[in-house]
Design a protein around this ligand. Structure first.
Ligand code: HEC
Length: 446
């Protein structure tokens, strides 16, 4: 037998044995690693998944539910269409993984050689990123067990010895069963203009018609003379299962002043049947050097640089489509994008068209899910050339068929000038970018 034939034969034998394995998957050989990697980070004690997926018994007991959710792409939660664009930290099972789970469940969940079940990964506690330089507690919040969602604004004031730069800010939820998501800005006070960073109330409820300006006044986020401090937006973000973004050294980061505050605007607490406490905190990591390329941000749609066409007045009992677009004048490199809508959102689509009419795909979310609003970071910086137009399209479902519709019967809904109520709507696309530099498209963000 020639060397070539024996290589081919070896290859064919390998394929056969792989196939055999695929048709007889076991927990120890195939399923455990899929579950540990994709499910256990949320489905374990003190995390948001409400049951554990850690042991063979856990997985076997829930096998039918697991199969249903993975086949219908409900779990792991990742609303962006992975065939359109892919992002850092993408949580999507491959067709092959779904197939393995399906076969395994149909064959009554064989454990295989139980001595070969891989060890559970060690899940980080306290920080997903390392040892922080500063650990800032958020005011502990007591949540009544009345089974309602709560949207709060919480001020988290702090002082540092001198003006500094931070490279990463990490929100660590205290009670992962109730902390749903967090979106927070950084407020920088001018030293002489703010006597006490801790003055004013620390918490405000978002049930009333609040605009961010009114909230600022109420929770003491203005300077003593009534002027506005500078603000860096979206500095601290949390969504279950999402790890704070770490960009390459020298890129990104924020300046913090001696007197500063985070303002969690908002923090969403999910419903609970028992009274519970949440004691979350924020970790800060100082930058090694002054960031060479601080991040910039702009947004389309609500409160953004481009208007919504037609204006976002969403008629009841209808499914309506809205657009917004803006043309950029310089080359930019996009790092992260964040599509945002509220409860009536049905789908979201964003792309850019270059002056040469090439399409640059940004994101497609076929089934909008209010509960899973990711910040999506591209695997490599994405260059958008000057003269390109960025288009966004949002579809809103204001009918009774939308199970999240806050109004029954449906009624007209607006974006109310950036009101922060969830029952008002928003149509927004936030882009985090840098002015383009030669070679950016080769810089990995993973
Ligand atoms: C980012 C966190 C996260 C990850 C990762 C995740 N889950 Fe979940 N899972 C949840 C949460 C939260 C719920 C309950 C709320 C919901 O359904 O959205 C849930 C609910 C479920 C349910 C229950 C549905 C029901 O009706 O009772 C199943 C089954 C499930 N997950 C399986 C999985 C499997 C299998 C994986 C991995 C392939 C996975 N989950 C990954 C957070 C997660």
């Amino acid at each position: 037998m020639s060397r070539f034939t024996s290589i081919c034969l070896g290859f064919i034998l390998m394929m056969v044995s792989c196939d055999e394995r695929d048709s007889n998957p076991t927990f120890s050989h195939d399923i455990a690693k899929i579950i540990y990697h994709n499910c256990s980070p949320c489905h374990r004690p003190n995390q948001i998944g409400h049951f554990n997926l850690l042991t063979y018994t856990d997985v076997k007991t829930n096998a039918n539910k697991i199969l249903y959710t993975v086949k219908n792409r409900l779990m792991p939660p990742w609303p962006a269409d992975p065939h359109y664009t892919s992002f850092v930290g993408e949580k999507v099972l491959t067709e092959k993984e779904v197939g393995l789970i399906e076969t395994w469940v149909k064959q009554s969940c064989p454990v295989g050689d139980s001595s070969q079940i891989p060890a559970l990964p060690t899940f980080p506690i306290g920080s997903m990123l390392g040892t922080p330089d500063l650990h800032i507690p958020v005011k502990p919040i007591r949540l009544q067990g009345n089974y309602t969602d709560r949207f709060l604004v919480i001020k988290v004031p702090f002082e540092v010895p001198r003006d500094s730069f931070v490279s990463m800010v990490e929100f660590v939820p205290g009670n992962t069963k109730v902390v749903h998501h967090v979106n927070g800005d950084l407020v920088r006070f001018e030293f002489d203009k703010k006597k006490d960073v801790y003055d004013g109330s620390l918490v405000d409820n978002l049930v009333w018609d609040s605009t961010i300006r009114l909230v600022y006044k109420k929770i003491g986020l203005l300077h003593d003379d009534g002027s506005y401090p500078t603000l860096a937006r979206s500095v601290v973000n949390y969504l279950p299962g999402v790890i704070a973004q770490k960009y390459p050294e020298g890129i990104g980061g924020w300046k913090v002043n001696r007197k500063s505050a985070f303002v969690l605007a908002d923090i969403h607490y999910g419903p609970t049947v028992d009274d519970v406490w949440d004691s979350s905190y924020i970790n800060i990591f100082y930058a090694k050097s002054i960031p060479k390329r601080p991040l910039q941000e702009f947004q389309l749609g609500t409160l953004g640089v481009s208007s919504i066409v037609p204006p976002l007045i969403i008629a009841p009992d209808k499914i309506s489509t809205y657009h917004s677009s803006c043309t950029i004048t310089n080359d930019i490199s996009i790092l992260t994008i964040n599509p945002h809508m509220h409860l009536l959102g049905k789908s979201f689509w964003a792309y850019a068209l270059t002056p040469e009419h090439d399409t640059i795909r940004l994101i497609k979310i076929p089934h909008w899910d209010f509960n899973w609003q990711n910040f999506y970071t591209f695997k490599k910086m994405l260059k958008i050339p000057a003269g390109s137009t960025i288009y966004i399209e949002g579809v809103f479902d204001n009918t009774r068929d939308n199970p999240y519709n806050p109004n029954n019967p449906p009624k007209e809904v607006h974006d109310n000038n950036g009101s922060m109520r969830t029952t008002d709507e928003m149509f927004q696309f936030i882009i985090t970018y840098l002015p383009y530099e030669e070679g950016d498209e080769n810089i990995s963000l993973e």
